[in-house]
Ligand binder design. Structure first.
Ligand code: ADP
Length: 173
């Protein structure tokens, strides 16, 4: 059976999935927004493991354990900072999602939850980011028969509606 793609309004740190994705920065040593929330909920062992990884390039992804989180793993990715769309932001954001799905497949992850990568402090327009996120999920579901569940987690109802509209436009939901 193909994986389900869901859009959910909640706090990503509460989800008991195989992996939650962290919208991290290049250092992987923690930050604000969803990154700070994930580190707080996972406890200090998370930053200890992250500090052994040598950072992460924009558009790449690395996996750790989930420690005190209900999720078994955290996949840390770094999305692009929005500069108006002229610095390869769309390709980098697509790459961030694709790499998360690749790392998930390599680690036997069957259920994965994503925040809206780059849509907070990094300033990526939510509508464009939603299309990229959902397209990447559609591709990954086709490529990875192990995958059962992909959840897009939005913090507020407005963002969730943007995702629902983008999914409808792509024929996903
Ligand atoms: P970035 O630096 O990649 O822009 P942010 O953490 O600033 O990352 O924001 C990414 C998105 O995550 C924003 O839409 C923000 O509202 C959302 N967010 C923040 N905290 C959480 C959380 N606990 N669960 C889910 N989404 C969150």
């Amino acid at each position: 059976m193909p994986a389900t793609i869901e859009i959910m309004q909640t706090d990503i740190t509460t989800l008991a999935v195989d992996a939650i994705v962290n919208a991290a920065n290049n250092t992987l040593l923690g930050g604000g927004g969803v990154d700070g929330a994930i580190h707080r909920a996972a406890g200090p062992r998370l930053v200890a493991e992250c500090s052994t990884l040598g950072g992460c390039a924009t558009g790449d992804a690395k996996i750790t354990k989930g420690y005190d989180l209900p999720a078994r793993h955290v996949i840390h990715t770094v999305g692009p900072v929005w500069h108006g769309g002229v610095r390869g932001e769309a390709e980098l954001l697509h790459s961030a999602y694709r790499r998360c799905f690749e790392v998930a497949a390599e680690n036997g992850v069957r259920s994965i939850a994503f925040p809206a990568i780059s849509c907070g402090v990094y300033g990526y327009p939510m509508r464009d980011a939603a299309s990229i996120a959902l397209s990447a999920a559609k591709e990954a579901v086709g490529d990875n028969p192990l995958l059962e569940r992909v959840v897009f987690v939005l913090f507020n109802n407005e963002a969730a509606q943007v995702y629902r509209d983008a999914a409808a436009a792509l024929g996903i939901l």
